[in-house]
Design a protein around this ligand. Structure first.
Ligand code: NAD
Length: 258
């Protein structure tokens, strides 16, 4: 057996934050289907453990609250220790303000939590990933169409996602020297718990939202998972520091998120 074919038999290992539900869970399922072992890191530790059991042997769960930057900073090393190394890190966990308040009306504590989970934790995880990932390692960050066209009543969320685009490019510049890549994916509306909660409390009209998508439908979590899996694969190699919009053409066509 050549050294290369031996190396190819070693499963790659991925850390997915917020992997217990929605897009993160779809990413874990797609990774697992291609033989990648997952660390599902989530504030909902019980759900993460159930998901890891569902994926099977070799997949593990870690409970973490990413609003606590000490926990976030230690997560990558913790995951690498459990798995014996890491090849892929997906910064997927994210929260939004579903109250419909304008950005200046959000209490400072809620604002700070949003920034901590959506942005600061991504920063410390990108930083830690550069130390832990080998050459060939990939980080994929979840941005949003809101990064390009801010949402009127979710200004703070939009600001964190716009910052993810800059952070992705900045960390990619540093990662290049290490033979690593940092990319991002910007989903349009995807029917996950986050979006279902907006629909349930009347903050989003599902039909009106679908009408803004040239493709004619809201996204499915696996639409996003396929893009993340591609970016994280060796085939995604030429893409570095870039953000893929996976939104059925919404942003490209000038469509406006609601
Ligand atoms: P979701 O709410 O369905 O799932 C988020 C996951 O993150 C959950 O498992 C939750 O427990 C976990 N999480 C929340 N706070 C956490 C914390 N403090 N520490 C650790 N884990 C935490 O969300 P989703 O819709 O699957 O979104 C995933 C990502 O995609 C987010 O970054 C979101 O901003 C982005 N996004 C989603 C949409 C969409 O329409 N759903 C659109 C654009 C971007």
């Amino acid at each position: 057996m050549s050294q290369n074919s031996k190396a190819n038999t070693i499963p790659r290992k991925a850390l997915v934050t917020g992997g217990a539900t929605g897009i993160g869970w779809a990413i874990c399922q797609r990774f697992a289907a291609s033989g990648i072992l997952c660390v599902i890191a989530d504030i909902n530790e019980k759900a993460a453990q159930e998901r890891a059991r569902t994926l099977g042997p070799g997949h593990v769960a870690i409970g973490v609250d990413l609003s606590d930057l000490v926990q976030a900073a230690g997560l990558v090393a913790r995951a690498a220790q459990v798995m014996g190394g890491l090849d892929i890190v997906v910064n997927n966990a994210g929260i939004t303000d579903t109250s419909g308040r304008r950005v200046g009306e959000i209490p400072i504590g809620d604002f700070e939590r949003l920034v901590a989970v959506n942005l600061s934790s991504v920063d410390v995880i990108c930083q830690a990933s550069q130390e832990v990932l080998q050459a060939g390692g990939v980080v994929v960050n979840l941005a949003s169409g809101a990064a390009y066209r801010p949402l009127a009543l979710r200004g703070a969320y939009s600001a964190t996602k716009a910052a993810i685009l800059a952070l992705t490019k900045t960390y990619n510049t540093l990662a290049e020297k290490l033979g690593q890549r940092v990319c991002a994916v910007a989903p349009g509306y995807v029917r996950t718990e986050l979006v279902e909660s907006l629909i349930a409390n009347g903050r989003l009209d599902a039909e009106a939202a679908a009408a803004t998508v040239p493709l004619g439908r809201l996204g499915d979590p696996d639409d996003i998972a396929r893009a993340v899996a591609f970016l994280a694969s060796p085939e995604g190699g030429p893409l570095a520091g870039e953000c893929l919009s996976v939104d059925g053409g919404t942003i490209t066509s000038g469509g406006r998120p609601l």
